[in-house]
Design a protein around this ligand. Structure first.
Ligand SMILES: O=P(O)(O)OC[C@H]1O[C@@H](O)[C@H](O)[C@@H](O)[C@@H]1O
Length: 297
């Protein structure tokens, strides 16, 4: 059976390769495991809560309608960091394709976390589509403004935690030449380094990353993850390093920052504004590809 549903989660197994699978928790519609030929591709904290008491520390949490903590918008500023999608239980809508196995999850105010929809009383419908290829994982989102009078203002982001061997031997390519905002230094500048490397806490937002750029995570010269994006102009690169990991109760083991890197495609530098009745779509596609250094234009 390629699709298995339990009260808590949905597991898809690839029909031609049963060692390739994806597991999606209904809480947050959070993908928390993606195995390609038995090898886990995503990082998950050993202290991650999978019982709906806290957003999942690892996998692919979904960030909506606000990235980070907002301080200016009348309603968005009332929401906790990263919004309400990752703290709400989504509805499993079923399978939409046999091969590649594809499923959908939905979220609307009537079923979202009531404590949070009270703070942000907007009309919306989110449909998440998860497609498990034999060589890729695609997560696509559609946001619909279901109000007939009010605009919908939001950010979207896939907070993807990739599993890596060793952060100090890892580099991220094809972001060179892009403008970024450093959330720690509170400064914007153009990244002129040919590749991104890591030796300290990193929390940066690359803006308007050319959609043709495939972002690649490279381990000692070997491509281990490739990330493609549609309609997601910004990319957050985050590693908490030593001190920040110590401060997060659900981040275990404390040395786990060495085995993870978050590369998070989103639309977060500014807000998307949807007129009543309109829809917005985007996706990320995770795969393996030959190393392809895309030079600065
Ligand atoms: O601890 P949280 O809410 O899951 O956030 C984790 C990180 O998420 C990243 O997207 C942000 O850029 C960081 O600033 C933040 O620390």
């Amino acid at each position: 059976m390629p699709i298995k549903e339990t009260d808590r989660e949905v597991i898809l197994t690839h029909p031609t390769n049963d060692t390739t699978s994806v597991t999606i928790l209904k809480y947050g519609a959070t993908v928390y495991s993606w195995k390609l030929k038995s090898e886990e591709q995503l990082w998950l904290s050993t202290a991650a809560k999978l019982d709906g008491t806290k957003p999942v520390r690892g996998g692919i949490p979904l960030v909506f309608p606000v990235f980070g903590k907002n301080s200016t918008d009348e309603y968005l500023s009332k929401l906790p960091q990263h919004g309400l999608a990752r703290n709400s239980t989504w509805e499993f809508l079923g399978q939409t394709k046999e091969n590649p196995p594809t499923v959908q999850f939905g979220l609307k105010p009537e079923i979202a976390n009531p404590e949070l929809t009270k703070l942000w009383p907007m009309d919306f419908l989110l449909i998440l589509t998860v497609e498990l290829g034999d060589d890729h994982l695609k997560t696509a989102i559609e946001v619909e403004n279901t109000s007939n009078s009010k605009e919908l203002k939001f950010n979207w982001l896939f907070h993807t935690y990739f599993r890596i061997e060793d952060i100090e031997g890892t580099m991220v390519s094809n972001l060179a030449g892009m403008k970024l905002y450093d959330q720690l230094l509170k400064e914007s500048y153009v990244d002129k380094h040919p590749v991104v490397t890591f030796n300290q806490e990193t929390d940066v937002i690359y803006q308007n990353v050319n959609p043709e750029r495939a972002i690649q995570i490279v381990d000692k010269g070997v491509q281990i993850h490739t990330l493609k994006r549609y309609n997601l102009p910004d990319t957050v690169v985050w590693n908490p390093w030593v001190e920040k990991s110590q401060g997060m109760a659900d981040f275990e083991p404390k040395t786990g920052y060495q085995q993870m890197i978050c590369i998070e495609p989103g639309h977060v530098h500014d807000f998307i504004t949807l007129a009543p009745g309109k829809k917005w779509n985007a996706y990320q596609l995770l795969c393996k590809e030959e190393l392809n250094y895309q030079a600065i234009q």
